[in-house]
Design a protein around this ligand. Structure first.
Ligand code: ATP
Ligand code: MG
Length: 603
């Protein structure tokens, strides 16, 4: 291909809204252009890299035993109503009506579509597992699309799904995807960390995210030198013993609890000072509002009168308030709380809601006598003794409180946010943290969709059974951006050989006379050897052409100048030195270089 045939222009400056390197470089190199907020077009050069990436994903998944299929992007709203996600998916789902006023959905993900499709024709255990993936357009109405294609509104996902007869079979498929993912990222030269992830409201039995460490990552990773790795939504930590201000374990008290006046000291930090105590002897009680709760609360007295709604064969509580108690120095992890309640979202109650539920202003809530909402205690509360809690009364706290004696809770659970310095649950060493971007995800979903959408098959004994399910996703655009984020310098992109839009760029100083002859010859020879070559035939100053080729990041640049002929100058984008090579040997040598780079990535 010749540059004159490609519609592109490079930019010296990226648009001001592009603040991370990959977004800046993709815009400057004209790989993408913006059409609207969160809507990016792949220009021809960007699309070449995108397609290569897509093919690597395809090859590795095919090799792992999955098969590609291609559902539509626009799907009937009815299947979302059947699964129970029509109302609970939230505002990120783009809905529309067709001319018959039928509800339609622009797929944000495809569990429903897969389940509805694979249900057709499934009769026997002999057909399981069914493991298919697509690489297809998704739309999520992200509140804050940002970083270019890292978080777009329209984006492309590889999403695979499996129907399995039992947990062992599901685990096999799950492991096969994990292995294929590692192969894919290896071929891209990316270092990824599989981390334990939250299974959330979907309530599956296992989930891992594949993260690339990045200072501009959206996720917080909790890591330990022993190899434990989890995202902050999931990370749990080893039990620790709460200590008083002298560093001694808190001791149980026989004293009955009593009120003390704490005017205007509603925060933990203020209380710590006011009472001259350790934060470990203070209990925080927070009121949360959970939306679309699918956990069965019918056994809880104070929840008996909460209205529910039914979607498919799922029952939801549209809104439930809960109180969460946790040790004073710790924070509640909203993802864990939402997972516990099987809620689509949890948010802190407003000051008015707090007042209505506890009868006190924010900061004075406490579990003693609080019986109009379910109370959840974080595990950290179990070891606390002789502690202080809010009295559900303005300017008042209770001291000498004991868990179990003075209040009981509906549930104890891990709802704490792990942080650097907390102890690893595996080896006990302190955690450290890092930022990361989620590139892919594997998830054991269980029977949520197969059950709600009525999928059955006859098992070995001829008994009707419901298959279990897994889902597996890779954000193709986000991976492409992450490659650039990982491989660039001040001059531009440094493509790994496996995804470079072209492997070699030939830059004649001037595209005429002997330089044109040499450039054309090398172009033909390399093409015949199966190398992807771009010939810069533009009538531009050499400096302009060099800068553009560096910005666009082609792994090999060959400069052809009349001063050097019959030698040509070969320079690798990831090295600073160039090499003079006789023109007649150049094609074979360059082809060798390209092949060696690919072999190393594919090894
Ligand atoms: P995130 O937490 O980043 O929003 P997610 O948990 O919503 O991701 P999944 O539903 O697991 O993502 O989707 C699978 C993959 O799709 C993600 O691992 C990510 O790489 C990609 N992805 C998700 N949302 C976007 C987006 N808005 N733009 C680009 N890629 C995305
Ligand atoms: Mg998301």
């Amino acid at each position: 291909m010749k540059t004159s045939q490609i519609p592109f222009r490079t930019l010296r400056e990226a648009p001001a809204e592009a603040i991370i390197s990959s977004h800046q470089l993709m815009m400057r190199a004209d790989l993408i252009r913006k059409l609207g907020n969160g809507l990016y077009t792949y220009m021809p050069l960007g699309l070449r890299a995108y397609r290569k990436l897509e093919n690597i994903i395809r090859q590795e998944l095919d090799a792992s035993g999955a098969m590609e299929f291609k559902p539509t992007v626009v799907v009937p709203g009815d299947i979302w109503k059947e699964s129970g996600r029509w109302d609970t998916m939230g505002a990120q789902m783009l809905k529309a009506q067709n001319r018959q006023q039928q509800d339609m959905v622009v797929s944000p993900t495809a569990e429903e579509a897969y389940t509805a499709i694979m249900k057709q024709g499934l009769t026997s255990y002999k057909q399981l597992p069914i493991n298919c993936y697509q690489i297809n357009t998704k739309y999520r109405d992200e509140i804050r699309p940002r970083y270019g294609v890292m978080r777009g509104r329209e984006f492309n996902m590889m999403d695979g799904y499996s129907l399995n007869a039992n947990d062992e079979s599901l685990d096999e498929t799950y492991q096969a995807y994990a292995k294929a993912y590692l192969r894919i990222f290896k071929r891209l030269g990316l270092k990824v960390i599989p981390v334990k992830a939250d299974t959330g409201a979907m309530g599956g039995s296992g989930s891992e995210e594949f993260m690339v460490e990045s200072p501009v990552g959206d996720d917080t990773l909790i890591l330990c030198e022993c190899g434990y790795a989890a995202n902050v939504e999931k990370a749990s930590c080893a039990k620790d013993i709460p200590l008083d201000k002298n560093g001694n374990p808190l001791a149980a008290t026989d004293k009955p609890f009593e009120e003390i006046k704490t005017p205007g000291v509603g925060t933990i930090a203020d209380l710590e000072k006011f009472l001259d105590c350790s934060q470990h002897s203070l209990l925080k009680t927070l009121i949360y509002k959970a939306t679309n709760v699918s956990l069965d609360l019918s056994g809880i007295e104070c929840c008996k009168n909460i209205k529910t709604f039914t979607e498919g064969n799922m029952t939801f509580y549209p809104e439930v308030f809960v109180a969460v108690c946790i040790r004073g120095d710790l924070d509640v992890n909203e993802a864990k709380l939402a997972g516990l309640l099987k809620a689509s979202e949890v948010t802190l109650a407003t000051a008015e809601e707090d007042m209505r539920i506890t009868g006190a202003p924010v900061g004075y809530a406490g579990p003693v006598g609080l019986n109009n909402v379910p109370v959840i205690a974080d595990n950290s509360v179990l070891n606390m003794h002789d502690f202080l809690v809010g009295a559900n009364k303005a300017d008042t706290h209770l001291v000498h409180v004991e868990y179990g004696r003075d209040f009981k809770v509906w549930q104890t659970a891990d709802v704490r946010t792990a942080k650097a310095g907390d102890k690893c649950p595996v080896c006990g060493k302190p955690f450290y943290t890092s930022r990361g971007n989620e590139l892919g995800h594997i998830f054991k979903l269980g029977k949520k969709y197969t059950q709600s959408m009525g999928v059955t098959y006859l098992d070995v004994n001829g008994k009707s059974s419901v298959p279990t399910m897994g889902c597996y996703g890779i954000g193709v655009d986000r991976v492409l951006a992450s490659i650039i984020e990982s491989f660039h310098d001040e001059h531009g992109i440094i493509w790994p050989m496996s995804v470079a839009p072209y492997q070699v760029a030939i830059v004649p100083i001037k595209y005429k006379d002997s330089m044109k002859e040499a450039a054309d010859r090398l172009y033909d020879e390399l093409s015949k050897l199966g190398i992807e070559v771009l010939l810069d035939d533009r009538d531009e100053r050499p400096g302009v052409k060099f800068n553009d080729m560096d910005l666009m990041g082609y792994p090999v640049r060959v400069t052809i100048g009349d001063k050097n002929l019959p030698n040509v100058e070969v320079k690798l984008r990831n090295q600073s030195d160039a090499q003079l090579v006789p023109l007649e040997e150049a094609a074979a040598k360059i082809a060798q270089t390209v092949k060696a780079a690919l072999d190393e990535l594919n090894a």
